[in-house]
Design a protein around this ligand. Structure first.
Ligand code: TMP
Length: 211
């Protein structure tokens, strides 16, 4: 696996600035000549984007947690087999906006799906394709949610859950970063995008580029 690419994921609640940070990291990698692709979950492949539409639009109560989890893992399976694993095998880096950690937080910690069930689905679908590095962007959910109100479109099913639910998410993401300290880096995202981006770039350079 000497030529295998690196797999970096970005996690956090709604409106914490993941897409801006992915863009900034992508620009840094481009300048360094690192071939990479940017993708997202749920979605990122034609099949998974179809499933995304089922998940992120409509009434908050549209899916019970088991259906929601199975849809997420179906989308993940498609993205891994058609996009992520082939790219890593070609030696490309993959930057992914959310991955399986989001399922442990949104469907597990926040919606009550049993960890043992999530572990089994993760073993089946993700196997050893776990990220090399995960940035968990942390900020006050109230401030973050005001950012999402400037978004366009109708992808707001999860944003319609109450504020207390989002606060619970933020705590669960912090706990997750704490539980997986060798892989996850908790980033204070409550600052301008550039200093956050610099911190992320230093970390990527130190951990993944100098090897
Ligand atoms: P996004 O707004 O970051 O693109 O994510 C879409 C929504 O999907 C977001 O509200 C979080 C939710 N989601 C889950 O609930 N579980 C998951 O495993 C993933 C990947 C996303």
């Amino acid at each position: 696996m000497a030529n295998a690419g690196r797999f970096i994921t970005f996690e956090g609640g709604e409106g914490v600035g993941k897409s801006t940070q992915i863009k900034l990291l992508s620009q840094h990698l481009e300048r360094k000549g690192v071939t990479h692709l940017v993708t997202r979950e749920p979605g990122g492949s034609p099949g998974a984007e179809d499933i995304r539409a089922l998940l992120v639009t409509g009434d908050p109560g549209r899916w019970d947690v088991v259906s929601e989890t199975l849809l997420l893992f179906a989308a993940r399976q498609d993205l891994l087999s058609t996009v992520i694993r082939p790219a890593l095998a070609r030696g490309e880096w993959v930057l992914c906006d959310r991955f399986v950690d989001s399922t442990y937080v949104y469907q597990g910690a926040a919606r009550g799906m049993a960890r043992s069930d999530l572990d089994r689905l993760t073993a089946l679908v993700v196997g050893d394709t776990m990220p090399d590095l995960t940035f968990v962007l942390d900020m006050d959910p109230q401030a973050a949610l005001t950012r999402t109100h400037t978004r366009t479109g109708n992808e707001d099913r999860f944003e319609k859950f109450p504020l207390a639910w989002h606060q619970n998410l933020a705590t669960a993401f912090r706990d997750l970063a704490d539980q997986h300290r060798s892989r996850c880096v908790l980033i204070d995202a409550d600052q301008a995008p550039e200093p956050v981006g610099d911190q992320i770039w230093r970390c990527v350079r130190d951990r993944l580029l100098q090897k």
